[in-house]
Design a protein around this ligand. Structure first.
Ligand code: GTR
Length: 344
């Protein structure tokens, strides 16, 4: 990596006046992961992508597919190294670094995005989607595109969405009914809506980075957390928090982001390559998701998780209704678009 850096500053200075040679700022000394040498008609880049999950997780596989497609479409000029397992930092920090242009790409949940772009908070509102099909109808509608585009004002560029199923609660303590949540300390993704949702359920929210949850459950700092089957399994949380109740309160999709600063240094042709590759990688990620979701459910069942289906969905919905009502006017337009996607 260091070798690729040599002489780059000089190259940038020499070429600074040439409008078509883009990317020098993205490849500056403050961005050690970015290589940039002129080659043929376009610039060459070596970018980094921060991912919280391990290499075999469906989002990581989506990232890798994206990187492969970018490389292919650019004739090898643009390479993206995927760093799994939060090697470049936990999600909140990864988003901040991407905003600054210190990391070029990241794949994160739309959960933490609520603190960076208010509109993304809509995904954290509970029980607003019927099922995965409803989520995807919305994501692929004008409303979903508009949300992605709105990220530009936050120093980010949304490239595409990925699947993430639905989130349910799991605890080290017995958890077979809504009342069991009362007084529990529940880890949540760091955003203020999650704190209000837990309060409405009678629980105490503990916002915390994903990577800290395992030991927090183990040491009793928290009693519970919530996630989809794939994360519940891959994080091994199911080994210590065996009680999983399938209330499916949130469907917070994943999103692939590029730094707006970096994006602006790319030529229109390279922007098109990156965007196309991202959109194309979605179908692959969704297939991988479907397979892994099944497999992880089987694995946690085999591993002894006590899984409860709920038969009183209305009671759960009623408990969090005040939160939805409080935010209805703030998210009115997006909620309407989500409602409309259901009917399509
Ligand atoms: C997962 C998601 C991660 C991360 C994690 C969490 O479902 O894929 O990106 O947000 O949840 O709970 O922090």
């Amino acid at each position: 990596m260091m070798k690729r850096q040599k002489g780059k500053g000089l190259l940038c200075v020499l070429l600074a006046g040439i409008v078509t040679f883009t990317g020098c700022s993205a490849g500056g000394a403050e961005n050690p992961g970015t290589g940039n040498e002129e080659q043929g008609s376009g610039s060459t880049y070596n970018f980094r992508l921060a991912e919280t999950h391990p290499a075999d997780y469906p989002t990581t596989k989506g990232d890798m597919k994206f990187a492969e497609l970018v490389k292919e479409k650019s004739g090898g000029r643009i390479t993206i190294d995927v760093f799994p397992s939060a090697q470049l930092g936990e999600e909140k920090s990864a988003i901040e670094q991407v905003q600054l242009g210190a990391i070029e790409f990241t794949r994160v949940s739309t959960g933490p995005m609520a603190e960076f772009n208010k509109d993304f908070g809509v995904f954290s509102l509970p029980y607003i989607f019927n099922d995965d099909n409803h989520v995807w109808k919305f994501l692929q509608s004008d409303g979903g595109t508009k949300l992605l585009d709105s990220l530009e004002s936050s120093g980010l560029k949304g490239l595409t969405y990925y699947s993430s199923g639905s989130r349910s609660f799991y605890s080290t303590k017995p958890l077979t009914k809504l009342e069991d949540l009362k007084g529990m300390k529940i880890r949540v993704i760091e955003n203020k809506l999650n704190i209000e949702i837990m309060k409405a359920l009678g629980a105490n929210a503990t916002p915390m980075a994903y990577g800290e949850v395992y030991s927090a459950l183990q040491t009793g700092i928290i009693d519970a957390a919530e996630n989809n089957y794939p994360s519940y399994y891959s994080s091994k949380h199911f080994e210590i928090a065996k009680n999983y109740i399938l209330d499916g309160h949130q469907r917070v999709p994943e999103v692939l982001l590029v730094s707006k600063q970096v994006w602006d240094t790319l030529s229109p042709e390279d922007q098109a390559i990156v965007k196309e590759a991202a959109v194309e990688s979605t179908a692959f990620q969704r297939e991988e998701w479907a397979k892994y979701e099944k497999e992880s459910e089987e694995q946690v069942r085999a591993g002894g998780a006590v899984i409860t289906e709920i038969s009183d969905a209305d009671a759960w919905k009623n408990a969090v209704k005040p939160v939805i009502e409080k935010y209805r006017s703030e998210y009115g337009e997006i909620l309407d678009a989500i409602e409309q996607a259901k009917a399509e």
